[in-house]
Design a protein around this ligand. Structure first.
Ligand SMILES: [Zn+2]
Length: 449
């Protein structure tokens, strides 16, 4: 190579390096450019007291200051007619499910929709969750769609599709003969909505397998076949033996994972608590001594009120009138749980009702059943963030936390139904939704042929 050629090559390299440096500098400048929200009210502060006319400064994915001056060159978003809240957290969802009022609805999805098709629909549900204001969800099993929740979470985290932060449970577990699909002839092999597990050793193995493929949580179904006893107590048939439940919980905890138990009634809740689970899902009936144990051991109660009311009439019409009676029992349990000082986290079972229904319909029911609006909002922010072990990064609007912020038009402490009207959503400093006056009716539901 002669000198001239070498010099020319060096020049090209230098130019390239300069270009790279310039691009990196531009990116850094863009990342540093602050965004300021001018909130009419901020409700999500650490003390949860409303603060009027407050600025929230965001740099990158984090909140850097509350109530400060607007930095030079910052992008200002006017939310002065709005109440800003920490991004909402739904601690019980199913993005892989499109509504499940009757057995036929459920069987259809497992028999006639491929896991691939169901995953495509799940990506739309993830978008919907974000639209409704849920910036984080705990998705509690895929109902027969394998490990698709891990893929949805991955696509969101990689920025491929919009959606909330997710913790996922993958397949969940139940025993032989306890979980749909059921009622088919013995010679007809059908899929199941869970991983079927019998015996303590199978339970341990299933925990290891699910964690290997990406489960953040382990979910067990602790009971089935609910009935109201003459004394008004909602009883059930427990699924696992205590031995099996203990093995599953022990294995999960040994691997530093938490366990959620679907437990609707007396025996299921009791056994789940005996085994040491971390959260009780649904809990339509919980005995007083079990509520006491929950409060003492910090076990969370995720009551999922709205879904029960949504499915009750349909299930009664399909031959299970117990679901109508169960609503009254559930309300009484909820009120007793509040009195007992149990930690109650917001969760809806979205997917158990179609995702075209706003899961925030849960809020007015929590208030109707005895919470103040502030307590219901706390359940969906601070308490749910603790349930997820994410209280250091989300759950409040606070300097140093991730900028997950939503806004509603008006004062949700006066009118809790405003929680169904989230019109601004920021997740990790990125504005995901800015739809003042936007109508969600335009989102077409998936239709089974
Ligand atoms: Zn569920």
């Amino acid at each position: 190579m002669n000198l001239e050629k070498a010099m020319r090559k060096l020049g090209v390299v230098a130019a390239c390096l300069l270009m790279i440096a310039w691009v990196m500098k531009a990116q850094a400048a863009a990342a540093e450019k602050a965004v300021v929200l001018r909130c009419g009210t901020v409700l999500g502060g650490p003390d949860e007291q409303p603060r009027k006319n407050v600025t929230v400064t965001i740099e990158g994915e984090k909140i850097t200051e509350i109530g400060g001056a607007v930095p030079a060159g910052a992008q200002v978003i006017d939310l002065s007619d709005e109440t800003c809240l920490a991004g909402l957290i739904d601690a019980h969802t199913h993005v892989l499910l499109q509504g499940d009022v009757t057995a036929a609805d459920y069987d259809y999805q497992l028999l006639k929709e491929s896991p691939q098709y169901r995953t495509i629909l799940a990506t739309v549900n993830a978008r919907r969750a974000l639209d409704y204001g849920f910036t984080t969800i705990r998705d509690l099993e895929t109902e027969g769609a394998g490990y698709s929740d891990v893929d949805v979470k991955r696509a969101i985290n990689n920025g491929v599709i919009p959606g909330p932060r997710m913790q996922v449970a993958t397949r969940a577990m139940d025993v032989t003969g306890a979980y749909p699909l059921l009622g088919y002839a013995p010679n007809v092999p059908v899929p199941h909505g869970v991983q079927v597990v019998d015996g303590a050793e199978e339970g341990r193995k299933a925990v290891r397998e699910q964690i290997m493929y990406g489960a953040d949580w382990i979910k067990v179904y602790a009971d089935r076949s609910y009935f109201v006893r003459p004394d008004g107590v909602l009883d059930d048939i427990p699924t696992f033996t205590l031995d099996e439940l203990r093995a599953i919980v022990d294995e999960a905890h040994r691997e530093r994972h938490k366990v959620a138990a679907h437990a609707m009634a007396l025996q299921g809740v009791h056994d789940a608590l005996e085994a040491g689970v971390d959260t009780i899902e649904h809990g339509y009936y919980i005995a007083d001594n079990d509520l006491k144990a929950m409060a003492a051991h910090g076990v969370y109660y995720v009551p999922t009120i709205f879904v029960g009311i949504y499915v009750a009439q349909g299930r009664a019409a399909a031959g299970a009138p117990v679901w109508v009676k169960m609503t009254a029992i559930h309300e009484d349990t909820f009120r007793r749980a509040m009195k007992a000082g149990v930690k109650i986290a917001f969760g809806t079972d979205a997917g158990g009702f179609p995702w075209t229904e706003n899961p925030a319909q849960e809020f007015p029911y929590m208030v109707k059943w005895g919470m103040t609006p502030a307590e219901a909002i706390r359940a969906a922010t601070v308490t749910a963030s603790e349930l997820l072990g994410m209280q250091d990064t989300i759950g409040t609007i606070e300097a140093g936390k991730l900028a997950d912020i939503v806004a509603v038009p008006g004062d949700p402490l006066k009118d809790i139904s405003l929680m169904e009207k989230v019109d601004f959503v920021m997740k990790g400093g990125v504005v995901e939704v800015r739809n003042f006056g936007y109508s969600r009716a335009s989102q077409a539901p998936d239709k089974a042929p």
